[in-house]
Design a protein around this ligand. Structure first.
Ligand code: SF4
Length: 400
């Protein structure tokens, strides 16, 4: 029998690192200080054909199958290609909200909780955990930064996945019916009720590339499906945004050509007025660089060769500015500039989260109308203490 664990609030995250030191005083910038995940593994990694097996085996693959599928490469193929959460524990069993979780709410001074730091929480499989959690948020007046690819507009949205899923597989719809998911309107009411008693609620649908999110897309949570759900919550006056993960150094045409859903996102903004945000992609490998930016890591870092070695740039409009990315910790590449297409959006007031060139950007995840830009060099060094087995504290520096 799989052991059920309780939901606990994690305190490490971006809020620790994205702060600003001015005149010797450190002020917080990022609001992601407390985090909530509903499971240890991410359900978005499960291909639709295996979802029923996982649900029927208490959140795990049938005995022996996890290692078998892993060896076959089936599991790596489900994972979102660019996700920074690498672990696949093979266990997506929902955690439980219990008295321990309540104690966390009592003990922490909670302004906002980020939902879904390492895993997807919006999936119907986590409905009960999520609703219990939202109940505590309302009771304790804790706001939400809810990032998701899989949060349906209630049972209606969950049923819609069948139409988008591979071979019209209806497993997500059946899970939603089994857990007794309520209507979209009721979910919207719940989010607005939390917003009324807290700093705010922001519902952020992540948009990217169907081709690089195979597990989620196979289950029916395609980029089009996500935009549909976001628009329905937006219509119900929930503070909803479409967060566009993209290569900001390339043109919109180049992003589109690489399989991004960016034009659909821009269309939704133009047609319905929904807020959009930019989250710059940080290519970690050669393969990711080539597939997403149209150039190799070497090419992206080259000061002189600004022409793509993979895609002819004449028809996609990469600008002639030399090096597109620079190296940061963990071999990540950071964009050096906004392509004029994206600069135009930023000039129009579109929010950005992340580092571009020498500046750090934060739009408070659209909790507020605030747009913050400041030099990366103002971010203070971060130290964290790791308790060693023998009791000594080991102070390490987090590189930024
Ligand atoms: S936009 Fe700001 S608050 Fe939101 S994740 Fe980024 S740094 Fe944190």
């Amino acid at each position: 029998m799989t052991r059920v664990t309780r939901v606990l609030l994690q305190t490490k995250g971006k809020g620790m690192t994205v702060r600003r030191k001015i005149n010797g005083i450190t002020i917080p910038v990022c609001e992601c200080k407390h985090n909530f995940d509903a499971s240890s593994g991410c359900i978005a990694q499960v291909p639709v054909e295996l979802l029923e097996e996982v649900v029927n085996n208490e959140g795990k693959y049938a005995p022996g199958n996890f290692d078998k599928y892993k060896a076959q490469g089936v599991l790596d193929k489900g994972r979102c290609f660019y996700c920074y959460a690498f672990t696949n524990t093979g266990n997506v069993l929902p955690r439980q909200v219990n008295e321990g979780t309540r104690r966390d709410f009592e003990n922490y001074d909670l302004k906002v909780i980020r939902v879904g730091k390492l895993n997807e929480v919006g999936h119907p499989y986590y409905y009960k955990t999520l609703m219990d959690f939202l109940g505590l948020c309302e009771e304790f007046g804790a706001g939400l930064i809810f990032t998701t690819k899989m949060f349906p507009f209630g049972i209606e949205g969950a049923l819609e996945t069948t139409r988008y899923a591979r071979n019209n597989n209806d497993i997500v719809a059946r899970i939603a019916k089994d857990v007794g998911m309520c209507s979209g309107e009721k979910l919207a009411e719940k989010l607005k009720a939390i917003s009324n008693v807290s700093y705010g609620v922001t519902l952020l649908y992540s948009l990217g590339w169907n081709c690089f999110e195979p597990g989620a897309v196979s289950q029916g949570f395609t980029n089009s499906w996500r935009i549909n759900q976001a628009l329905k919550f937006y219509k119900q006056e929930v503070n909803t945004s479409l967060t566009m993960v993209c290569d900001v150094t390339g043109s919109i045409n180049l992003n589109e050509k690489m399989g991004s859903s960016i034009k659909q996102v821009l269309d939704a903004r133009e047609k319905y007025g929904i807020n959009i945000r930019l989250l710059p992609i940080r290519p970690r490998s050669r393969e990711m660089a080539v597939k997403i930016t149209g150039d190799t890591r070497k090419g992206l870092l080259d000061h002189t060769n600004f022409f793509s070695s993979v895609i002819p740039n004449t028809d996609v409009g990469v600008v002639n500015v030399g090096q597109r990315y620079k190296k940061r910790r963990n071999q990540e590449l950071i964009p050096r500039f906004f392509h004029p297409d994206f600069q135009k959006l930023v000039d129009e007031g579109i929010g950005v989260c992340g580092t571009i060139g020498k500046n750090e950007y934060c739009d408070k995840c659209n909790l507020d109308d605030i747009r913050i830009v400041f030099p990366v060099k103002e971010i203070p060094e971060v130290f964290y203490e790791k308790e060693k087995k023998w009791g000594k504290k080991d102070q390490r520096k987090l590189k930024f």
